[in-house]
Design a protein around this ligand. Structure first.
Ligand code: PMP
Length: 303
């Protein structure tokens, strides 16, 4: 049997249900996280990656929704470990904490509307290809600016915008979309951040370009600088810069490190996964599988 955390208790998954009048379902008033648990067959251990950092971002998102959870950061981490352990998976998982306006009430607003918190998890493989590289498009759908939404929050409602970009990309035969910021600069993928390699240096758009400040983005910046000795710059760039990049890749909890080999049907570099992308990918997988003791502080063992 599989279990969820729902209304302050661990319950069988099928008992974690909400009503159709729920505010968050009607108005998109929720926020969430996506956290990976990596199963190591060698160590017979499940490592939850960057658990605290994800809950720090969730608490930030909660503030923008006027959601005040009854749990501290430590409580949230402990509940998650307990739930993952209770489910007993021995494979990679994706953990989804969700804070939402739970009141069954018609009418807009945020203040004074009841909220709740839930967590579920599911076995999860690669969200995007990590070996051959993917073909993507530059989307006509842009990210919303800080004038429309609180920046840095992972809000359910925002994912309508991301889903439009993703659906349009898939309809047109691409795997994923690169979205531009409200100002027309490169921002990120529909659900992942983007890096560009040019002349041996790494570039990624700054957070001011309407993107979600990814935890994987931050981790890769550290690994690139400290372990690979690379220069990493946060830089605003136009979509045309994508076509002269030596390498491009997406990163995120779901995407991990996913090479982009074509943009709008034009080859990037030689059309194959690039050297720096490959090295970063190796560094990332070594860390998340608990094989780099230097970064064991980023992992929470479950069993
Ligand atoms: N941007 C968006 C829009 C996302 O949904 C995600 C996934 N949470 C990311 C970037 C990457 O963030 P992270 O590395 O924290 O998963």
């Amino acid at each position: 049997m599989k279990f969820a955390f729902f209304r302050d208790k661990i319950v069988p998954m099928e008992d974690a249900k909400i009503g159709i009048m729920t505010h968050a379902l009607n108005y998109g008033t929720g926020c969430f996280e996506g956290i990976r648990g990596y199963w190591s067959e060698d160590r017979q251990q499940m490592y939850v990656f960057q658990l605290r950092e994800h809950y720090e971002r969730l608490l930030h998102s909660c503030r923008s929704l006027h959601i005040k959870l009854d749990y501290t950061l430590d409580d949230l981490c402990n509940i998650t470990v307990k739930l993952v352990r209770k489910n007993g998976y021995r494979q990679d998982v994706y953990i989804r904490p969700l804070a939402y306006k739970s009141e069954e009430k018609i009418g807009l607003g945020l203040v004074g509307i009841e909220d709740d918190f839930a967590i579920y998890l599911s076995p999860f493989g690669d969200y995007l290809d990590v070996s051959e590289g993917i073909s993507v498009c530059v989307s006509r759908f842009r990210r919303l600016s800080e004038h429309s939404l609180p920046p840095g929050a992972k809000l359910t409602g925002v994912y309508f915008n991301s889903s439009l970009a993703k659906a349009d990309a898939i309809n047109r035969g691409f795997v994923e979309a690169i979205m531009l910021s409200s100002r027309g600069n490169v921002a990120e993928g529909s659900g992942e951040n983007i890096f560009m390699v040019k002349n041996g240096k790494l570039y990624t758009p700054p957070v001011s370009e309407d993107l979600l400040p990814g935890i994987t983005r931050k981790v890769l910046m550290i690994l690139a600088r400290k372990d690979l000795g690379l220069v990493v710059n946060e830089k605003v760039f136009k979509p045309k810069a994508l076509f002269t990049a030596d390498e491009l890749f997406f990163c995120g909890t779901g995407a991990q490190v996913s090479p982009i080999v074509k943009v709008d049907n034009k080859k990037i570099g030689n059309g194959k996964i690039g050297e720096i992308t490959k090295r970063l990918q190796e560094a990332y997988f070594t860390v998340v599988k608990g094989e780099n003791p230097k970064y064991s502080k980023w992992l929470t063992p479950v069993y």
